[in-house]
Structure formats: C-alpha cells, structure tokens
Design a protein around this ligand. Sequence first.
Ligand code: ADP
Ligand code: MG
Length: 212
Amino acid sequence: VGDGERIDADLIAAWMRASAARLAAEADHLTQLDSAIGDGDHGLNMQRGFGLLGAELEGGERPRAAGPLLIFCGRTLLAKVGGASGPLWGSFLQAGGRRLGEREAVGPEEFGEGLEAGLEAVRNLGAAQAGDKTMVDALAPAVQRLREGPFADLPVLFRAAAEAARLGAHDTIRMQARKGRASYLGERSVGHEDPGAASVAIVIDSLATTVG
Ligand code: ADP
Ligand code: MG
C-alpha cells in the first residue's frame, strides 16, 4: 500500500481497517483491562467504533487525500465510539488531519508532525500529563519515536513507533491513574495496564503491520 515513502489516503484507510480487525480480536482483553480499573466498556467501545469506521471506508464516498481522510476518520470515531475514548480518538485524528493539509500524500516527517498535532489535541482535551496512566503514555513515546526517523524506511520507522507504544503501555502497569475513571481507584489502580494505552499500542502496531 501507499506509494514508496509517501503516506496516502489508501494507506491510512488500510491502517484503520487493520486496526479495526485487531481491536475486534483483542476486544475481550481490552474489556478485561477496563473491568479491572474502569467500567468494562473499552473493548466494546473501540471494537464498535473502529468496526463502523472500517465499514464506512469499505463502502462509498471517502476523501481521496491523506489529511481530509484522517479528518473523516476522526469525525466518524467521534460520532461512533462511546466513553472517553470517542472524543479523544476523534480529536487525535481530526487534529492530525488538519495539520497534514490538502495534499494527496505526505512524507513520513510530515506524517509524524500530523500525529504530533493529534497528540497535542489529546493533551488539550484530556489534560493528561505523562505518567497519569492514560492513552497519552503510549501515544507520546510512539509519536516521539516517529519524529526521530529513519524517514527513508517506513516499515522500520513504524515498527519502532509500535514498539515504543507497546513499552509505553506496559509502563502504565506501575502507574497510579490521575485522569479518567481509573483515577477514582487511587492506589488500587496500580498493577493494571491502562486499557486506553493498550488500544493505542494495538492501533500503532496495526500501522506497522500495514506497511510491513
Ligand atoms: P470511559 O472511561 O468513559 O469508560 P473508555 O473505557 O472507552 O471510556 O476509555 C478509557 C480510557 O480513556 C482510559 O484507559 C484512558 O487511557 C483514556 N482516558 C480517560 N480519560 C483520559 C484523559 N483525561 N486524557 C487522556 N486519556 C484519557
Ligand atoms: Mg470504560
């Protein structure tokens, strides 16, 4: 997919569909994580939202350029994903898409800038800092890794970002939640992986799989 080292709308659509498949396969696991420190709906929220997005991408009209397609995906997730995750994922993709602008395809550096803008939007909306045990703890290291290159090798770059997200999600196990429902548990939130960080790791891994 995609055109050499360019990220185009086809690649983004393939990424979203791969994410939908992986989130569906891992929905029970994500629900278990959210049952331990939340209300147990995260697996279903993500499976439903990305599933509906995947279906919309299969059929019919969608934007042909990378940025507008990301905005389209963000708008769909905002409308379809329940819980805290809907607005957070919606903002991430919409802000990322806006940063990419109208060009049909972008290079890996610009793509990284887009996802960085998305991360900024998530931070603005949720006010979570690093270490608060949220999706930010997986997303921030992934975006940071993406900004480092190598920009001439998408599979290597995306695989490294996926690994950073995975390690970031794993690191939330030792953290005490300071944002979202899990924060109500105080110290009892320690010892469990944050479900939102786990699903970020799945989505970024799906990005790597899409080009790998
Ligand atoms: P809800 O908490 O409404 O049930 P979900 O279960 O779908 O929504 O999502 C929970 C996840 O959302 C958490 O694991 C966390 O990663 C993320 N989250 C919650 N609040 C915030 C926040 N303020 N900033 C960033 N991420 C957050
Ligand atoms: Mg929940």
